[in-house]
Design a protein around this ligand. Structure first.
Ligand code: G
Ligand code: G
Ligand code: MN
Ligand code: NA
Length: 254
């Protein structure tokens, strides 16, 4: 079977799982959130990377069903952790371009929240700049409708897309996520460090939470902490892990 056919089967056969990568408060060193990242355990081929199958799902339209499943599963898991008595977390879910444009997105998110009983403030969607630029007015309307549900909205991979700073003030977002390209050499390249500082300053000025992704070493963490970044995500703390492993991390300090 081609990837498309195997994907159709995968959803029915429950071969998809959601992994979670911790987001850590830079000054308190506690887990304050998680990014939900889909994984596919193909019984024949083993783990298939979302980098491989998400673009195919996007092309074939299967992303709608898969995206709906990820949203619901992430909300369900988050509510379950809250019911078990863990400190509440914000879980962030990636949304693809086609999903974002889809007419059904608002209803899908509403249903995921209603059916799981998750308070909307503990859900955030990650969208990329390039998804917003085709039709800025339509994107702003869609973002407002999502924010009206009470959820957060984050710009993922910030600084790498084809966007314009002139639009940033119009976007009703709650979070900027600095792309890992800026974090990778933040400790060794003074220009990169200056750009990272500028993004952090911009976020503060616009009253947005700022998250750095791709923090891999202690020097990255030090830089981000010293320069006022709110939240840090990266292999330094943990790779994306299954829910049970994430739960173990929540039981003990990072
Ligand atoms: O987890 P990993 O680094 O392999 O992710 C590769 C890419 O797949 C990233 O760009 C990530 O945003 C994307 N991705 C992971 N999970 C999801 C998902 O549930 N939905 C969408 N649309 N993209 C995802
Ligand atoms: O495109 P997006 O930002 O959603 O992709 C998120 C992906 O980035 C995660 O699935 C994860 O595999 C990857 N990632 C997370 N932390 C790190 C890191 O510290 N280093 C690298 N190279 N990749 C990371
Ligand atoms: Mn992301
Ligand atoms: Na990203």
């Amino acid at each position: 079977l081609e990837l498309e056919g195997r994907m159709r089967r995968a959803l029915a056969n429950e071969e998809f799982v959601v992994f979670y990568q911790p987001k850590v408060s830079a000054d308190r060193d506690t887990i304050v959130g998680a990014e939900a990242l889909i994984r596919w355990m193909d019984p024949e081929r083993g783990m298939v990377s979302p980098g491989e199958f998400i673009p195919v799902a996007e092309e074939s339209g299967q992303i709608e069903a898969i995206g709906t499943w990820v949203l619901r599963e992430s909300c369900r898991q988050n509510r379950k952790w809250q019911n078990a008595g863990f400190d509440p977390l914000k879980v962030s879910v990636n949304v693809s371009a086609r999903q974002f444009r889809s007419r059904g997105l608002i209803e899908t998110v509403t249903e995921a929240l209603d059916d799981t009983g998750l308070d909307p403030k503990w859900l955030e969607l990650e969208i990329t700049e390039s998804m917003l630029m085709n039709d800025v007015d339509a994107a702003v309307r869609k973002m407002k409708a999502l924010r009206d549900l009470g959820i957060g909205l984050s710009i993922d991979d910030f600084g790498t897309g084809y966007s314009s700073l002139s639009y940033l003030g119009r976007f009703p977002i709650t979070t900027l996520k600095i792309d890992r390209a800026f974090i990778a050499d933040v400790d060794t390249n003074p220009k990169t460090a200056e750009i990272a500082r500028a993004i952090i300053g911009l976020s503060r000025g616009l009253n947005l939470e700022v998250v750095a992704e791709g923090a891999e070493i202690a020097a990255h963490i030090m830089f981000l902490r010293n320069n006022g970044c709110d939240t840090v995500q990266g292999f330094y703390y943990s790779r994306p892990v299954p829910a049970e492993e994430f739960e173990r991390m929540m039981r003990q300090p990072v």
